[in-house]
Design a protein around this ligand. Structure first.
Ligand code: ITT
Ligand code: NA
Length: 199
């Protein structure tokens, strides 16, 4: 059982590999340096997940391909960073740059008189494809609250600024098994697993 993840983000691949467990061989774009990643021109997570899955599936039609388009929505920021979560602070931004930009945006809200708590959610859309064709689309989300300062060193992206509902520590502090058990990615992947088991 082999799965090729249409991502260059090793953190996503690691989480998916851990969640699928033994029995699955999981690779990503870092094993295919000759494949130029697709341009994410969509306005939605669904559109970009589809673009990434079909692009790679056309290049590697015999393999089972899974894409992951994900990001953070903050209500007080009108849903930003949303689909541009990976490049919130600009093209080539690091996760730390993006967190800094988010913290500044939330502090601006306080100055404007709209204080915390700041509610938001992570979303993940996964598209499964083979032979250049879409097999299924799967969505997951996790609600939570944004912090104004990073907490913890674990995870990646905005994890250290996000406390999931039902917990009082951030994804940067919570063990990865806890994150994977309730995260946007974990919830989307649970549906992917169910689809794979029934087909
Ligand atoms: P690929 O397109 O190659 O998959 P990417 O990182 O550019 O990699 P996205 O366009 O889907 O992927 O952007 C996702 C961004 O959303 C990611 O870079 C993080 O900043 C954030 N993000 C997604 N899932 C996250 C998670 O579980 N924890 C923290 N931040 C997350
Ligand atoms: Na994206």
């Amino acid at each position: 059982k082999q799965l090729l993840i249409s991502t260059g983000n090793r953190h996503k691949t690691e989480e998916i590999r851990a969640m699928l467990g033994e029995g699955w061989t999981v690779r990503d774009l870092t094993s295919y340096p000759e494949i130029v990643p697709a341009e994410e021109t969509g306005d939605t997570f669904e559109a970009n997940a589809r673009i990434k899955a079909l692009h790679l599936s056309e290049a590697q039609p015999e393999l089972l391909v899974l894409s992951d388009d994900s990001g953070l929505e903050v209500d007080a920021l009108g849903g930003a960073p949303g689909v541009i979560s990976a490049r919130y602070a600009g093209v080539g931004a690091t996760d730390a740059d993006n967190r800094t930009k988010l913290k500044l945006a939330l502090r601006d809200k306080i100055v404007e008189g709209e204080g915390p708590p700041y509610k938001g959610r992570f979303r993940c859309c996964m598209v499964l494809a083979q032979g250049g064709r879409e097999l299924g689309i799967f969505n997951g989300a996790v609600e939570g609250t944004l912090l104004l300062e990073e907490e913890g060193e674990g995870g990646f992206g905005y994890d250290s600024l996000f406390v999931p509902e039902g917990h009082d520590q951030s994804f940067g502090v919570l063990p990865s098994e806890v994150k994977n058990g309730l995260s946007h990615r974990g919830r989307a992947l649970a549906q992917v697993k169910a689809w794979l088991e029934s087909h």
